[in-house]
Design a protein around this ligand. Structure first.
Ligand code: ATP
Ligand code: MG
Length: 652
């Protein structure tokens, strides 16, 4: 921790740093985390410091041991404690704020539904009782295949209440993907819906689920079907299929005692985004995960009960789990759930929702911010966004340009922007500034959080010098960490852990640099380094230079295998790409990275291939640049761009 921590001395240096942005004074004074001593306190106390996080929760049986590290790399947090995640997210708020809104939902067709904590309690209990009636027992895995409707967080909490781990599968994934995840999770219960709206059309989700059922090896014991579309789509239900609404109605008013779970018991299974290959089935334990999520929701996102908070990520990804459901509800705030896409019915949608609901904390991804920039500042600028107190971003590196745009046009040039680095596997935020304490540096995620022992090291595990590229690793366990992989212990060990002389080291798979102040810059995946002209270029650095050029919105850079650098570039809607722009890109690469970094080919394209969670799929772009066969594009959210990009590359 010493190397990476921000002690008083370093902080003085930071203030002098040209590109460091101090937290606004008014913000710091009121921030949840306002004491810079927290870094030193965590460093001094070791794992025991994480009691601060665990003590944000209600425990059915208090824990005595904080960390059992007797069998690395299988770590157990708060192993002798017992708790229930749903009780922590719902029941314990009833006395103090039963009538406060817990969830404000906005549907694609302008529908609205609101749930107070009391409403949520009623609905979660009724569904929990219904699931029990259908035979769901403790430790049975329930798969949820639902779009962004209130029934999704309700089902997660109902499962948690009866100790049944959930396995959420992003609603946009295919039948094949659902079948694989049903089998891998050994799940014989499914909750899905009739369908949902995609733009104007009613889309049949149930038939995808039926299809998955035929493909899966496992037999489903029961399926629950939410009626999202009403008369717009009628689906018929088989013998072992049950309508959600009748099931909940039949158990309305019943209460189900929350099952006390060991802190180390499975809370859920969640597959990674699949950016680098086959998704991995990550398992999260109940106690450590919830403690870490609650602590970061308060200390990093600065969320309090009186806020209206909006995490725009789909619950089908880890961000939606940790910061769309468990984080905000465990700290007792009001959380916004939005079903639509940011440009439907128009490009004012997001700003309109923030304005009308006086959203104070907004958390989204660089890919969304890049879309906002592409559409233009006039959309946010014509709304009153003065309710915003803090902005967050996660998922990919954010360029300084996008960071500044976000702060200026959404944050009124005032709000802190926290760039948060974490993974499905880390469960919760691991690197970020503490917004009331630590200055921000646009484009750098910041130092590791207190208690996160992250370093940037070379092949031998030695810390690299400031500015030198290396591997981002975490040298000691942390509470939100995965407890294992669905694919087994051996795969878990092999995928993530290196045994070093002084202990086990977790490999994040990301490349990074660290500066003199301990601030980390993420360079992308370890595999995203291009070796050309006897130099190693990292894609993030080249891409950041390219998007610095006026008119450019997105860039992805890959090597073509023959020593050439290929840049794929998209431009703002009102900019026509031409030779002058191409030349400007080349000059900017030469200026900010070096003459050798000029792209050999610059391919203008209307869009870049993205995963369903919105990340650029460089692997595919590399195949196209190399002229190789590329595999399955079904994991993409926009498979149609692939053909266009291919023909542009051929024209080059
Ligand atoms: P897979 O592991 O299946 O290839 P994935 O890594 O994209 O997919 P996630 O767990 O959703 O799946 O994403 C975690 C990754 O996202 C991190 O390893 C990192 O590469 C990237 N990431 C997350 N937050 C940031 C951030 N703030 N800055 C830069 N990169 C980030
Ligand atoms: Mg990953």
């Amino acid at each position: 921790m010493d190397d990476a921590g921000v002690d008083g001395r370093r902080r003085d240096r930071l203030v002098a740093d040209d590109d460091a942005v101090e937290p606004p004074t008014g913000f710091s004074e009121r921030a949840v985390a306002s004491d810079e001593g927290v870094y030193d306190a965590f460093a001094a106390e070791g794992p025991a410091a994480w009691r601060r996080a665990a003590d944000l929760l209600d425990w059915e049986r208090p824990y005595e041991t904080v960390l059992d590290d007797g069998d690395p790399p299988f770590y157990e947090w708060f192993p002798d404690g017992r708790l229930n995640a749903a009780a922590n997210c719902v029941d314990r708020h009833l006395d103090e704020r039963g009538n406060q809104l817990a969830i404000r939902w906005f549907g694609k067709r302008g529908e609205r539904r609101s749930y107070t904590y009391r409403d949520l309690h009623r609905e979660v209990n009724a569904l929990a009782a219904g699931l029990r009636e259908l035979g769901v027992a403790e430790d049975d895995v329930v798969t949820l295949y639902l779009p962004m409707v209130p029934e999704l967080p309700i089902a997660m909490l109902a499962c948690a209440r009866i100790g049944a781990p959930h396995n959420v599968v992003f609603a946009g994934l295919s039948a094949e993907a659902l079948a694989t995840r049903l089998d891998a999770a050994d799940s014989s219960y499914l909750i899905t819906c009739d369908g949902y709206y995609r733009r104007e059309d009613a889309f049949n989700q149930k038939s995808k689920a039926d299809n998955a059922r035929l493909r899966a090896d496992a037999d489903l014991a029961a399926t629950v079907v939410v009626d999202r579309l009403g008369d717009a789509l009628d689906v018929s239900l088989g013998d072992d299929e049950h309508g959600y609404e009748p099931l909940v109605d039949a158990h309305d008013g019943e209460t189900v005692d929350p099952v006390a779970r060991d802190a180390t018991d499975l809370l859920f299974v969640m597959y990674t985004s699949g950016t680098t290959g086959r998704p991995k089935g990550v398992e999260h334990a109940t106690g450590g995960y919830l403690a870490h999520v609650a602590w970061t929701t308060r200390n990093v996102l600065d969320v309090r009960p009186e806020d209206t908070y909006w995490c725009a990520a789909d619950i089908g990804w880890i961000t939606g789990h940790s910061y769309g459901v468990y984080g905000p509800l465990s700290v007792g705030t009001t959380t916004v759930l939005y079903e639509g896409s940011p440009d439907y019915p128009d490009r004012d949608r997001v700003w309109d929702l923030i304005e009308r609901n006086a959203v104070s904390v907004f958390y989204t991804s660089p890919t969304a911010i890049r879309s906002f920039m592409k559409w233009g500042a006039e959309y946010p600028d014509r709304h009153d966004l003065s309710s915003i107190r803090l902005l967050g971003t996660v998922g990919e590196s954010i360029t300084p340009k996008a960071w500044r745009w976000y702060r200026e046009h959404v944050g009124g040039s005032e709000a802190p922007v926290v760039d948060t680095w974490w993974q499905t596997e880390t469960g919760a935020i691991a690197l970020a500034t503490l917004p009331g304490v630590t200055p921000m540096k646009p484009g750098k995620v910041g130092p590791p959080l207190p208690g996160i022992d992250a370093r940037v090291v070379d092949e031998d595990g030695e810390p690299v010098d400031p500015g030198e590229p290396g591997y981002l690793t975490i040298d000691s366990p942390w509470p939100g960490m995965l407890r294992g992989l669905r694919e087994g212990d051996e795969r878990y060990r092999r995928e993530y852990w290196v045994e070093a002389e002084d202990g086990w080291r977790y490999r994040t798979g990301d490349g990074a640099t660290v500066d003199e102040d301990g601030y980390v810059t993420i360079l992308g995946r370890v595999d995203d380094v291009i070796n050309v002209r006897a130099r190693r270029f990292n894609t993030a650095e080249l891409e950041s230079a390219i998007v610095g050029v006026e008119g450019v919105t997105e860039a992805a850079v890959v090597g073509d295998g023959d020593g050439d650098i290929v840049a794929y570039v998209t431009t703002r809607s009102d900019v026509e790409p031409d030779e002058a722009l191409r030349a400007a890109i080349g000059d900017e690469l030469a200026r900010s990275v070096g003459d050798l970094a000029r792209a050999d080919r610059t391919v203008f394209t209307p869009d870049l291939p993205k995963t369903r969670s919105g990340k650029i799929m460089r692997r595919l772009l590399e195949d196209i640049a190399r002229g190789e066969e590329f595999g399955d594009v079904s994991a993409l959210r926009n498979p149609e761009v692939v053909g266009e990009i291919e023909s542009s590359v051929r024209e080059e």
